[in-house]
Ligand binder design. Sequence first.
Ligand SMILES: [Zn+2]
Length: 137
Amino acid sequence: MPKQIPVPNELSKPFWDACNQRKLVVQNCTSCNRLQYPPAQNCAKCGSAAHLQWKQVKGRGHILEYFVVRDSRIRRLQADQPFNLAVITLDEDPGLNFLSNLPGTPPGEVPVGGPVEVMFEPVEGSDQLIHEWRVVK
Ligand SMILES: [Zn+2]
């Protein structure tokens, strides 16, 4: 299905560059020993900007919940309805969530609680790869 083309900014560019290398990275506060996603200028716990570094994670997670989108208001998505929209929790820090359409999983046939792994998909009209998640069989 068509994806939005990410527009990296100064803050998110390292994340998108890592996607292009098929790596998933999140911020890591070396002061709190705490992971953070989505990226922010400061650690949400201690407020430090200087202690935030990028850290590669394994890209394994579980499906927390999902719903099936049947009436999106986003016109370019309407042709692909219905589609899954799942909330993924990262195994290395279940407090971190990602959204995914779960490519390869039919709408409504989502194994809630099941394991997923990150994958990287091309975006039409761009050379940017984006992170998606697929169910691990
Ligand atoms: Zn911190």
